[in-house]
Design a protein around this ligand. Structure first.
Ligand SMILES: O=c1ccn([C@@H]2O[C@H](COP(=O)(O)OP(=O)(O)O[C@H]3O[C@H](CS(=O)(=O)O)[C@@H](O)[C@H](O)[C@H]3O)[C@@H](O)[C@H]2O)c(=O)[nH]1
Length: 404
């Protein structure tokens, strides 16, 4: 298939592009390189040294003979994305091209506005351009488990839809509705808004859409990124873009106390990066038909409590654990049970937390430890102004500042 990978220069986009290219698909990476600009804004860099996207594509061709085509394009520019779709007519589109960090989206009012403008316009421009050009591509979107709000209300979280019974004068009526959203950050809110856009365009224009509600990704390498040092994936450790388990592993590698927020009672869904790219492949193989409702998968393989992860990493590496005031507005403790039957039925064999793979991340972190700026490890982004006043010091006693 001819596949457009929008956001194909990012943490999950890059290994997905390689995985699909390895399967023989014709891959077009479309990216505005905004993640690289945000690194510059924040003054941080990926733990792993990343080459330019053009250089990465060149190495992939050298190693495999397969070509990755790169297009510098911003989805907020409607006319350009419409013209691009009309010219290349992809058969499938994978949409990763959104600002994906919750702490970054909460940094200041400016960051909230940027995240909403960027994410919502990107998604809507894409949908409108798909209708206008008449291409019949299957759209696969990277959504988030965060749209559900991490609370099971006593029953496992289903895959996107909830069956409800409504009392009417004629008796009870059964309805299937989108699971009510309860986003925990402006970033997660944009993914909730995306869901409504998808529902509308599937029902009004018959677009074929799959939404992947992904959990927290951990790990770094995939089978393809391992093939050459210059194909290495980006890897974030800073307080805005680093995700919790990867952060704990990196912190342990540099002797930094593990930064558990609050009691660490938050339970979250996780998935290894290798499974993440495999899930995209499986979703592509199971496209909905025109006129069908949006297909929603829960793209996660296990759930863990944050403090249990910290204990596991501490036991494995001897790291100290530090319980910090929580910069986020979130439940102190929550239970989370999630259904993921659809990917299992399609043949996913989940990679679960294994010491070997955890150790692999620690090894990567040790190798590139000299690139880590310890002052960028704490999470400085507070969810409200009140919380900002309470979150004052990092585990090493330094005063935290808010970046605006
Ligand atoms: O040093 C840290 C960092 C985080 N946490 C806690 O760990 C949990 C998860 O935080 P995270 O930064 O790993 O994940 P999150 O902000 O939810 O976002 C990440 O995971 C989401 C999936 S999910 O969490 O919604 O399932 C994706 O959508 C996002 O793109 C990705 O950045 C939170 O309770 C947070 O307070 C800590 O205790 N210490």
């Amino acid at each position: 298939m001819r596949i457009a990978v929008l956001g194909g220069d990012g943490f999950v986009g890059w290994p997905t592009a390689l995985h699909l290219s390895d399967l023989g698909h014709e891959i077009h990476i479309v990216d505005n390189l905004s993640r690289r600009w945000i690194d510059t804004e924040l003054g941080v860099q990926s733990l792993t040294p990343m080459d330019s996207i053009q250089e990465r594509c060149r190495i992939w061709h050298q190693e495999t003979g397969q070509r990755l085509h790169f297009h510098l394009l911003d989805l907020r520019e409607y006319d350009r994305i419409r013209a691009w779709l009309a010219e290349y007519r992809p058969e499938a589109i994978i949409h990763f091209a959104e600002q994906r960090a919750a702490p970054y989206s909460m940094k200041s009012d400016r960051h909230k506005v940027y995240t909403v403008n960027n994410n919502v316009n990107a998604t809507h421009n894409l949908l409108a351009a798909m209708v206008e050009t008449g291409i019949d591509a299957h759209l696969v979107h990277l959504g988030t488990m965060g749209v559900y709000g991490y609370s099971t209300v006593g029953a496992p979280i289903p895959e996107g839809y909830l069956d409800v019974s409504v009392e009417t004068p004629a008796g009870p009526k059964e309805l299937e509705i989108l699971y009510p959203t309860r986003p925990g950050s402006v970033y997660h809110m944009t993914k909730s808004l995306d869901q409504i856009l998808f529902q509308y365009y599937a029902q009004n224009d018959g677009l074929r859409i799959t939404d992947l509600h992904q959990g927290i990704v951990w790990g770094t390498h995939t089978n393809q990124t391992r093939r050459h040092p210059q194909l290495i994936n980006r890897f974030d450790y800073d307080g805005d873009y680093g995700t919790v388990l990867n952060r704990f592993l990196i912190q342990s590698a540099i002797g930094y106390p593990l930064t558990v927020h609050g009691t660490g009672g938050q339970t979250r869904a996780f998935i290894h990066i290798q499974d993440s790219v495999r899930c995209v492949e499986l979703a592509l193989s199971d496209a909905p038909k025109a006129g069908e409702r949006v297909k929603i998968f829960n793209q996660m393989t296990e759930t863990h409590r944050v403090r249990d992860l910290a204990e596991l990493v501490a036991k494995m590496t001897g790291a100290k654990v530090s319980f910090l005031p929580n910069p986020r507005k979130e439940a102190d403790e929550n239970e989370l049970v999630v259904r993921n039957d659809q990917f299992l039925a399609l043949g996913l064999k989940p990679i679960t937390l294994q010491e070997g793979l955890l150790g692999e991340v620690v090894d990567v972190a040790k190798k590139f430890a000299h690139r880590i700026d310890r002052s960028r490890v704490p999470c400085v982004s507070a969810w409200t102004k009140d919380i900002a006043q309470r979150v004052e010091h990092d585990p090493e006693g330094r005063r935290l500042r808010s970046v605006s």
